[in-house]
Each structure stands twice: as C-alpha cells, then as structure tokens.
Design a protein around this ligand. Sequence first.
Ligand code: NAD
Length: 254
Amino acid sequence: MFSLHGQKALVVGIANEHSIAWGCAHALKAQGADLAITWLNAKAEPFVRPLAEELEAEILLPLDVSQPGQLEAVFAEIASRWGRLDTLVHSIAFAPRADLHGRVIDCSAEGFGLAMDISVHSFLRMIRLAEPLMTDGGCCLSVSFFGASRVVRHYNMMGPVKAALESAMRYAAADLGEKGIRVHALSPGPLATRAASGIDHFDEMLAEAAERAPTHQLASIEDVGAMAAFLASAEARNLTGSVHEIDGGFSITA
Ligand code: NAD
C-alpha cells in the first residue's frame, strides 16, 4: 500500500540482530528507503557492520551520543551525501546498572542525569539536526515502554525517563508539525534484547506480557519495524505526536 522508495533514513541503535532498531532498518529498507546506520563504538562495529552491509546501508558511522561532535559528524555526512533526510529512528537508551536496579527514589542524580541525556535529550538533539534536512517534511521516531505511564515492577528509573521521552516527543511534534515533520514514540511490549537483559526479572515480564496480552503474542522486532515503516510513509502524513503501543493489546488490560 505504501512505498518509501527514494526516501533516506537514519537508524540509530542497532547492537545486533535482536535490536529493535534492526527490525526498523529492515522494514524501512524493504519498503525502499536508503539507510544510514551507526554503531556505538569499536567493540560494537564488528556486530553492526555486517548487518548494515546486508541492508546495503549507504552511510556507516560510529555514534556515541555522549561523545561531543559525533552526532554532528553523522548529520554532516548525511548533508553532504544525501542533502536531505526523511526518517530518523532513535532506538537507544542507557541507565547505570546500580541506579536501574534500585528503587526510583534511591537513584543518583548523576545516574538519572546520564540516563536522561542518552535516552531523551539525544532524541531532541537528533531532531534539531534533522530539521534542516527534512525539507519535504519527515518522520522522527523514538522507542518507549509502557513503564512510562504505569508502574511496571523492576522497570524502576527507566519509567520516569521514558515518561520524559514521551513528553519530549509530544512537544517536538508540536514544534515541528507545521513543517510536516512528524514525531512519534513506538511502544513495544517487552522483547528479549541486550538492553532488556539489564532489567531484573525480565523473564517474568515476558511471561506476564504473553499471558495478559489479548493476542497472547509477544511483540516482535518485525511488528515494530512494520509500524515504523508505515509512520515514515506519506500515507501517515497527518499523524503526529502519538505513542503507538505494539504489544498485542497488553496495555488495555487491567
Ligand atoms: P539494544 O541493546 O539492541 O539497543 C540499545 C541500543 O542503545 C544499542 O544499540 C546501544 O549501542 C545504544 N546505545 C546505548 N548508549 C548509547 C550511546 N551513548 N550512544 C549511542 N547509542 C547508544 O536493545 P533494544 O531493546 O533494541 O533497545 C532499543 C530501544 O528500545 C531502547 O530505547 C529501549 O529502552 C527501548 N525498548 C525496549 C524494549 C524491550 O523490551 N527490549 C521495550 C520497549 C522499549
């Protein structure tokens, strides 16, 4: 029904073939988009480069959003190679282990600040750099979780961080709507990825999601990718500022 043919997309957050960002990159490419893909650092490169090459990514660069200048370098390369950008996928998060595993009220100011910077403010920085390149409008996506709006056991400090991400998404959508730049959060149910392995008792979260979701199916990275590709398309031009739950209906249950 929709095509992304000729579109240019930046996907940030692939660590391996289980990453949500990989599901998004795959779906965007399948619908015809050209890709720019980043990896965190030299340790991650050997895992990410073959995946980027499999999707014939035209731009491959390192990106640690906490390193000054790296994000700017990625956008400078996109500007010089493509001169424009249509879709941005921000699929990254970080929280220091000790802070993540404790009670929210015990988390350190440093840990909370770092989690907010990498998981939230980096999305705003990316959108700001994308804005001048999204001359025909565009779509900026981040990835949230149900723990943003409800207390999910063991999700701890990432709850308030994702709540901030969703609010930042809405304000960015309001800032940029008149330019045709749309901003959304994808909110998948729990998925067994590397980031998820940092959450205590994650297996219990998976089991509960499968049991309670009306479909009794866990979300897959393909499900998330399909939603990302649709939101990136021209057919979704009048949608912005939403949190899209991709969870087999888990979030409607009590
Ligand atoms: P993942 O481990 O595959 O991806 C996390 C990515 O964040 C990695 O590629 C890592 O390199 C990147 N990252 C961390 N710090 C970074 C930094 N300083 N600079 C640049 N990149 C950095 O795990 P995932 O589950 O695919 O996570 C992607 C997003 O999805 C995260 O925002 C996560 O909170 C969110 N999410 C995950 C689930 C789940 O159950 N797995 C559910 C809902 C939302």
